[in-house]
Design a protein around this ligand. Structure first.
Ligand code: HEC
Length: 170
């Protein structure tokens, strides 16, 4: 039998601990994963968290190829618009799991802790285009199946305005 290797995300790489039980209940990571497993697919199937199309009218279009870096930063002419669109798009597509105003209620990581700048962009892109999966269970769907690249970079633009780095943890 051959096992074809998928591209591993950082999370998968750090969490690949083959055990007989499907979940390890020790440690915070296990507990959070369990909560996510129990809570998110359920929440996801309810109407109020169904992914919403994002109206990106006015934003520069980016094409099909994913960029490595957020194009809508401060020096972009549509920066302000991206922040507005991103805030709304976050509420309708990410808040159900990641919490209102990006303040995590514990189900999923607190996205205010993402690093600003290119390094944070890379990790953000990795997650939204691959989703997150553990032991064959989807913790986070591949969000790029639901939201356009423009919409997802707009969300990232808004996230940077509320990040710990920007607000100094307030
Ligand atoms: C169904 C619940 C769910 C939805 C909806 C969801 N996420 Fe996630 N997200 C998660 C979980 C759970 C993790 C942690 C995955 C892990 O531990 O491997 C995660 C991880 C992430 C990470 C990595 C965070 C870190 O600190 O490493 C980013 C970035 C992210 N999500 C962005 C988003 C964005 C942007 C959206 C909306 C467009 C979104 N997510 C929608 C559940 C969700």
């Amino acid at each position: 039998m051959t096992i074809t290797k998928n591209v591993l995300t950082k999370t998968q790489l750090t969490q690949t601990t083959p055990t007989k039980t499907p979940l390890r209940f020790c440690g915070q990571a296990g507990a959070i994963a369990l909560v996510a497993l129990l809570a998110s697919p359920l929440a996801w199937s309810h109407g109020d968290v169904t992914p919403q199309p994002v109206d990106i009218k006015g934003l520069e279009l980016l094409g099909d190829e994913w960029l490595e870096e957020n194009p809508y930063r401060e020096d972009h002419p549509q920066h302000e618009l991206a922040v507005d669109i991103g805030a709304r798009a976050y509420n309708s597509n990410c808040a159900a799991c990641h919490g209102l105003e990006a303040k995590s209620g514990g189900i999923a990581p607190d996205l205010r802790e993402l690093e600003n700048g290119a390094w944070g962009d890379e990790w953000y892109k990795e997650l939204v285009t691959n989703g997150a999966e553990r032991n064959g269970r989807v913790l986070m769907p591949r969000m790029s199946d639901y939201v356009s690249q423009e919409g997802l970079w707009a969300i990232r633009t808004w996230l940077e305005t509320v990040s710990m780095e920007t607000t100094k943890g307030q």
